[in-house]
Design a protein around this ligand. Structure first.
Ligand code: FA5
Length: 358
């Protein structure tokens, strides 16, 4: 009995004194391993008489359980201590300055994207999103462009292989399907802006196969073209950071708007720099119009009660104009020197109060 107590004290002292997990494991092996002191005791039960076994069995088993419990508790404590030490050692000081050679920049398209969102958010528009791979139905049919409609040829579409159920998907050719998605799930009043990626089989200095558009949609009972003009004017003043702009409306055609209007912005390119609100040049800004009642009906909205306007333009083109970038392809060449020259500081988040691009 006293031998057992002595053995336990010795093992418990060794457990308490184990400085790390390796030392603790050595104690475990010496007590509970195949040839450990407690394992040997347990083995000795086999050679005992039934009475001795009855007396010693519970003692040995209790000893084994207590030692195993103490080892587990010590292991947990050592693990926690090791974790604390590691956390203290690996702490990252986020206030340290970034190494100059690792400083990244915000891409001008991302910058223009955020500027567009900040301006329309200030005008009360909520941001809506849709997927890049879109139903043919939402990209075209519900927007009043049925399968055999010639207007489909205006969009050089990337088609995705037909689905097992026969449905057709496309890489969306414009952000207008987000109009459909919004109207299908939300009743008027609606006031959304939707920036995002779009795709067309197109490539030259002003066309890219992947580009970015922004889409606006307002649907309620009273909205008219005058509201649309005001919103676009306010957008242009804020985006180009000027006090006034002059806009020109041109009749146009989009199957999803009726009437359709394209807007140009008066500018002056004579001094090698572009200036807005003056001069004799005109710059294409956005397509727009009153939402075609057929589109409202296709999306479950009563066209006798509601009306609205929609507009859409190219974000890459806006960025090219604002930041003086002549070729759209340079946006996507990942040239680090170009990115350092045209990029924006990561923490300069565009806001109307703080400045959009300063
Ligand atoms: C449309 O895509 C219509 N969905 C816009 C619209 C929305 C009209 C709502 C009415 C109501 P369009 O095909 O003109 O329209 O494209 C709009 C803008 O996207 C163009 O003015 C241009 O700035 C930009 N864009 C079009 N194709 C490309 C391209 N390949 N690369 C870069 N920008 C492009």
């Amino acid at each position: 009995m006293s031998d057992i107590q002595g053995l336990e004290r010795q093992i418990q002292d060794a457990i308490a004194g184990a400085a790390d997990e390796a030392a603790l494991e050595a104690v475990r092996v010496s007590a509970l391993g195949k040839k450990g002191s407690i394992s040997e005791l347990l083995k000795s039960l086999g050679a005992m008489s039934p009475d001795e076994r009855k007396a010693n069995g519970p003692l040995f088993n209790t000893l084994r359980d207590r030692v195993a419990g103490a080892i587990a508790a010590r292991k947990a404590a050592l693990e926690e201590r090791a974790l604390d030490a590691r956390l203290a050692f690996e702490r990252v000081d986020v206030t340290l300055p970034v190494r100059p050679e690792s400083v990244g920049t915000i891409h001008p398209v991302s910058q223009a994207f955020d500027e567009v969102v900040a301006i329309f958010a200030d005008l009360g528009f909520a941001v809506a999103e849709g997927p890049d791979v879109e139903y043919d139905d939402y990209n075209f049919t519900k927007l009043n462009i049925p399968p055999d409609h010639p207007a489909r040829q205006m969009h050089d579409t990337f088609y995705v292989a037909k689905q097992a159920d026969g449905s057709q998907h496309v890489l969306r050719t414009h952000t207008s399907p987000v109009q459909v998605r919004t109207m299908l799930k939300q009743k008027p009043p609606i006031r959304i802006i939707s920036p995002g990626r779009t795709y067309r089989v197109d490539s030259d200095a002003t066309h890219s196969p992947m580009f970015h558009q922004f889409e606006g949609l307002v649907v309620d009972e009273v909205t008219h073209l005058g509201h649309l003009k005001w919103v676009l004017e306010e957008f242009c003043k804020a985006f180009f950071e000027v006090d006034s702009v002059v806009m020109r409306a041109r009749p146009s055609f989009f199957p999803f708007t009726e009437p359709s209007v394209e807007w140009d912005l008066r500018c002056d390119r004579s001094g090698g720099q572009i200036k807005f609100g003056q001069g004799n040049d005109w710059l294409e800004l956005a397509g727009s119009g009153m939402v075609n009642p057929r589109v409202l009906e296709n999306c479950g909205i009563d066209s006798t009660k509601y009306q609205g306007y929609a507009f859409g333009g190219g974000i890459d083109r806006l960025a090219m104009l604002k930041y003086g970038i002549p070729d759209i392809r340079s946006f996507f060449e990942s040239d680090l020197r170009w990115l350092r020259h045209f990029g924006f500081a990561a923490l300069d988040i565009p806001t109307l109060d703080g400045g959009l691009s300063r």
